[in-house]
Ligand binder design. Structure first.
Ligand code: ADP
Length: 334
């Protein structure tokens, strides 16, 4: 499909160049002919000599032949020139069309992949609910207990769907890049709000937080930064063993506020590390894939939030030792 578009765009570019070249050639031709017809140049001496010898009619014929020959010469040269432009511009325009369309092509492919992944994730809980309902409807010994079990299981699937649609909505909103909610806040504010949101999850796994928080100012959308820290802290709790510690530390390095969140959990494979910020990517780690809920959208949302704040997010990880996320945000310029 894109090959056709490349060719069409190439043709369009070549057409524009050839129209310009054609107009330029006609103008050049007319200018040259006018100059030649004025009889200027070295030939003027010959014309004057022939005139003195009373050979004016021969002079006229000579002059006209000269002009005709020159015209043909210019015409031929201009045709060669245009052919050369046609060949060169065809190659150049093809590469230009390809490089112009490359980012659009990449964005389109990413969008197609995203839609396919989202549809797959939406279909999975729906298919599970449908199967459970069909099986129960075929059951002749249907009773209240079985019905309650079904409803409980369906509710869990609906919960998943709700979380997925909330994540998709967040991504769609972040794509629009709203920057009007930015204000000067202390970095500890969104961290503490996020910490409060995940505290129960941590308590259920007897995980303790060791915080070294200092008040550093950042220019940020408070809600987005809270979402960012909820994602990172939620992952740290999800992928960390019971009764362990999570460390949160803030510091200021040059003009940047740095937040480090470190766990002692299952870690991430080296091969997965470059991909964990991609949409719907879940590390190929059976322990995380099989039992831990998630859609692989959290870190891509986190990355978009960090990008929105012109910050950076890095990850260091070692299997069975733990993972550390390092977020760096610029401080406000006074
Ligand atoms: P998910 O919903 O699967 O948690 P994320 O986008 O938040 O999606 O994370 C992508 C993947 O990165 C996860 O599936 C997990 O394999 C890995 N990951 C993220 N955070 C951690 C962590 N703290 N420890 C180990 N693995 C992690």
């Amino acid at each position: 499909m894109f090959k056709n578009i490349y060719l069409k765009l190439t043709l369009f570019y070549v057409l524009i160049i050839m129209i310009i070249s054609f107009i330029f050639s006609i103008s050049l031709y007319q200018l040259s002919v006018r100059e030649i017809s004025r009889g200027l140049g070295p030939e003027a001496k010959i014309f004057r000599f022939l005139e003195k010898q009373n050979l004016s009619s021969d002079l006229e014929i000579f002059r006209l032949t000269q002009i005709k020959e020159s015209k043909d010469h210019i015409k031929l040269n201009l045709i060669y020139f245009n052919l050369l432009i046609l060949v060169l511009s065809s190659f150049a325009c093809y590469f230009l069309a390809k490089s112009t369309l490359q980012p659009i092509r990449d964005a389109m492919l990413a969008q197609i992949r995203f839609t396919a992944d989202a549809s797959h994730e939406l279909r999975t809980p729906l298919a599970a609910m449908k199967t459970e309902i069909e099986v129960l409807l075929r059951d002749k010994n249907i009773n209240l207990n079985k019905l309650k079990k079904l409803l409980k299981s369906n509710l869990e699937e609906i919960d998943k769907l709700e979380k997925l649609s909330a994540s998709l909505l967040k991504l769609a909103r972040l794509d629009k890049k709203p920057q009007n909610n930015f204000e000067k806040i202390s970095i500890s504010e969104p961290i503490i709000t996020a910490y409060e949101k995940v505290a129960t999850l941590a308590k259920n796994k007897s995980i303790s937080f060791k915080n070294k928080l200092k008040e550093f100012e950042v220019l940020a959308d408070k809600q987005s930064l809270t979402d960012l820290f909820v994602i990172i802290l939620d992952n740290s709790i999800k992928y960390t063993h019971k009764k362990s510690n999570i460390y949160i530390e803030t510091s200021k390095i040059k003009q940047r506020v740095v937040v480090k969140i470190k766990d002692s959990g299952i870690g991430i494979n080296e091969t997965d590390l470059p991909h964990i910020f991609e949409r719907f990517y879940r590390a190929d780690n059976s322990r995380s894939k099989g039992n831990t809920p998630g859609f692989g959208l959290g870190l891509s949302i986190a990355k978009e939030i960090v990008d929105l704040h012109k910050g950076t997010i890095e990850v260091k990880s070692e299997i069975n030792k733990g993972t550390e996320f390092i977020i760096s945000l610029p401080t406000p310029t006074k």
